[in-house]
Ligand binder design. Structure first.
Ligand code: S3P
Length: 442
């Protein structure tokens, strides 16, 4: 554990790129490994979560190597061609890695054992066990559907139609990935749309996916047993990582920061919309499409924020951004009410509790009512000065380091190591903009 302190900073300035998108990076490795032929990936996130997925795909038989120029090269085994891993797959902190790979394993005639770190072993897997069992897999999990668990893949997988009981791109993707090795058509029905990276990337690799809007309900159909072909791919900057320098720049008077090459898939941009409604000054320019995903540059200027109501319908489009939004709300004038946050209870930590406890310790006024979080800002910088437990949760760690940059007194987190999950290089990058984040006394 490396404790870190974030001291009050002055205006931030600079141009930067954030590391590659975590969701896209997992999917690139998985689909590259399921394709026939070679895939080259530019800009892959080299964070711990994604490296675990790379290691897992190697254990399934794919050849995966980092080349001297930083690109990742994957030689796939083809759908149906996975080998049985000779050891337990340890997905570390990664819910996405665990759930997507359970989907992959479920429709191959192999037995795969899964485990993860203390945070991942607490997270619910029943949400993927249920549809994958319908598809024909046998899954034995610990009490409450938790890791470690084993997946005995179906010999003859059945294509299913599955309606998501919770809005989760991980569950949707697990079903679609399993459906790749089932004959016929696999369908996922989404009452609330979630990030569609799997659908887009499947098309990039030659898969057939159609999406229809059935009166506000999304119906995703996948044609089974396609031949995916290896394809080159560029991974855009992760909007969930860009959120941290972006909010820091908003909060520190006089700041101007440009973040280049950020993913702006409309199913990921809920935070940007919310901050704009709160009065944030930033511009999204140079929009383009890369590898089937929209990408843009973001220029942000510091400015005052006003509290607003964030509707529950928006939650799936900004599900990872509530820790940093809540920090921004603590600096706003007026109350920000964030609705529909039940899913935050089952992230890398119980984020609803972690946010509320951390903000209260930093002197902000905060309340939880059911699945709603209210943060009452006074327009005056909160005191800060607290020691925050990051609870094996990278986004809690980064959010409170950003709070420390703009609060009246420095904030300390107990464990900066967890940041490497999604944002390797976070500390030097933020310090390069003007932050004062240093190693703290143990
Ligand atoms: C992800 C989906 C989301 C998100 C996670 C990444 C993905 O999880 O929180 O960081 O890549 O599909 P849920 O599917 O549990 O909402």
């Amino acid at each position: 554990m490396t404790p870190l302190t974030s001291g009050t900073a002055g205006a931030l300035s600079g141009r930067l790129r954030v590391p590659g998108d975590k969701s896209l990076s997992h999917r690139a490795l998985i689909l590259g490994a399921l394709a026939v032929g070679r895939t080259r990936v530019n800009g892959l996130l080299e964070g711990d979560d994604v490296l675990r997925t790379a290691a897992a795909m190697r254990m399934f038989g794919a050849e995966i190597a980092r080349e001297a120029d930083g690109r990742w090269c994957i030689d796939g085994v083809g759908i149906g061609g996975l080998a049985e891993p000779a050891d337990v797959l340890d997905l570390g902190n990664s819910g996405t890695g665990a759930r997507l790979l359970m989907g992959v394993a479920a429709s191959h005639p192999i037995t795969t054992f899964f485990t993860g770190d203390a945070s991942l072993r607490r997270r619910p897997m029943a949400r993927v066990v249920e549809p994958l069992t319908q598809l024909g897999a046998r899954i034995v999990a610990r009490d409450g559907g938790r890791l470690p668990l084993l997946v005995e893949g179906a010999l003859a997988p059945i294509p299913i139609t599955y309606r998501l009981p919770v809005p989760s791109a991980q569950v949707k993707s697990a079903v679609l990935l399993a459906g790749l090795n089932a004959p016929g058509e696999t369908t996922v029905i989404e009452p609330q749309p979630t990030r569609d990276h799997t659908e887009r990337m499947l098309r990039h690799f030659g898969g057939e996916v159609t999406v229809a809007d059935d009166g506000g309900v999304r119906r995703v159909r996948l044609k089974g047993q396609p031949e995916l072909r290896g394809a080159d791919l560029a991974i855009s900057g992760d909007p969930s990582s860009a959120a941290f320098p972006l909010v820091a720049a908003l909060l520190l008077p006089g700041s101007e920061v440009v973040i280049e090459g950020v993913g702006v898939n409309p199913l990921r941009t809920g935070l940007f919309e919310t901050l704009q409604e709160m009065g944030a000054a930033f511009a999204i320019t140079n929009e383009r499409i890369d590898g089937g995903e929209p990408v843009a540059d973001i220029t942000v200027h510091a400015g005052p924020l006003t509290g607003i109501d964030v509707p529950a319908e928006r939650a799936p489009r900004m599900i990872d951004e509530y820790p940093i939004l809540a920090v921004a709300a603590a600096f706003a004038r007026g109350t920000t009410r964030m609705h529909g946050l039940a899913e935050l209870r089952v992230k890398e930590s119980d984020r609803l509790a972690a946010i509320a406890e951390g903000l209260a310790a930093c002197g902000a006024k905060v309340a939880i009512a059911g699945d709603m979080l209210a943060v009452e800002g006074t327009g005056v910088r909160p005191p800060g000065g607290a020691a925050i437990a990051s609870k094996l949760d990278h986004r809690i760690a980064m959010a409170f380091l950003v709070l420390g940059m703009a609060a009246r007194a420095p904030t300390r987190i107990d464990d900066g190591d967890t940041i490497a999950t999604s944002f390797p290089g976070f500390v030097p990058l933020m310090n390069g903009l003007g932050a004062k984040i240093t190693a703290a006394e143990r």
